[in-house]
Design a protein around this ligand. Structure first.
Ligand code: GLU
Length: 304
């Protein structure tokens, strides 16, 4: 299969289509991004990479980080995590508060904001320096040392993050946050403000396609069983209230972020990352979903 030709064609076709999406402006710093950026990267398990457009440019990974913080927390505390966060799709927007009170401060899943805040609380409890440990984890998974926080983006979100503050305070009132609210929020805003390229994200996600083993040095990071659970959760919860139509159109576990990135995983075969900052009404990259749908349709390589 000529992956390079396939993604070149998809890139050209997607560029030719009108994109009515909008930048995420509730985090002011994210409006500084060029809305016309567009990159695609496919990385196969045998280590080959294929990229087109802005695939090597770093961007704000935002909620894509939740896939990795969830993974790190699961590695640290295992099944004890499920007492504090569920694994059901929310069917609600990423930052919706409505379920949280009914469900007594237990978030539906680790990939919505409330769930990711609980995950950050776990990381604060378990790690001496969670910010440094998270970056180290991302560097180990991607094999790339130059992965950093954009502190301007983190501060920009912190200054405007009223809804996340509401989530965490509500969960604290139900005793599902054990550390100081400000400390946990600070970690959350930083992990969302990690900057990575499509190429780096595709490498970092390869272990999910490879039964928990880093394909490069063959190091086992996760058991097969944990990898299965992470991929299943990602399939059902990774695109918020668009997870159903993402499964329908793309047919892969995937995680999006309001920076306009999406990473998707084909267990046993490849990972694919896309970046286009204009978002649809669900907060997911418009062109990104279009490109992923074309890729799995044209290659006939989805998990279904
Ligand atoms: N930092 C963003 C927030 O908390 C992440 C949302 C997203 O990427 O979907 O609202």
């Amino acid at each position: 299969m000529d992956y390079q030709q396939i993604i070149n064609d998809i890139y050209r076709d997607c560029l030719a289509e009108k994109d009515n999406g909008k930048l995420a402006d509730y985090i002011p710093e994210l409006t500084q991004v060029d809305p016309d950026k567009f990159g695609i990267q496919v990385t196969t398990l045998d280590g080959h990479g294929y990229g087109v457009g802005d695939y090597q440019e770093k961007f704000s990974i935002q909620s894509i980080a939740k896939l990795f913080s969830f993974t790190l927390a699961l590695k640290l505390i295992g099944n004890a995590l499920w007492k504090r966060v569920g694994v059901e799709p929310s069917g609600d927007p990423f930052n919706s508060l409505v379920q949280l009170e009914h469900e007594k401060g237990i978030p539906r899943n680790p990939l919505i904001n409330a769930g990711a805040l609980v995950i950050c609380d776990v990381l604060v409890s378990e790690l001496e320096n969670p910010k440094a440990a998270f970056l180290d984890f991302m560097r180990t998974l991607s094999g790339e040392q130059d992965i950093r926080y954009n502190t301007t983006v983190a501060e920009s979100e912190k200054a405007n993050g009223y809804k996340n503050a509401a989530h965490i305070n509500l969960m604290k009132s139900f005793d599902n946050i054990h550390n100081k609210v400000a400390t946990v929020l600070d970690l959350y805003y930083h992990i969302c403000a990690v900057e990575m390229s499509c190429e780096e994200l595709s490498s970092a996600a390869l272990l999910f396609a490879n039964n928990g083993i880093l394909p490069g040095n063959k190091e086992r990071i996760l058991s097969k069983s944990i990898t299965k659970r992470i991929n299943a959760t990602t399939q059902l919860c990774g695109l918020y209230d668009q997870a159903g139509s993402f499964a329908f159109k793309v047919g892969l576990p995937g995680k999006s972020g309001v920076g306009g990135g999406i990473v998707a995983i084909h267990p046993g075969k490849y990972t694919i990352s896309v970046w286009s900052p204009k978002l649809n009404e669900k907060g997911n990259s418009h062109k990104g979903i279009q490109a992923l749908e074309l890729f799995t349709t044209n290659t006939e390589l989805s998990i279904f």
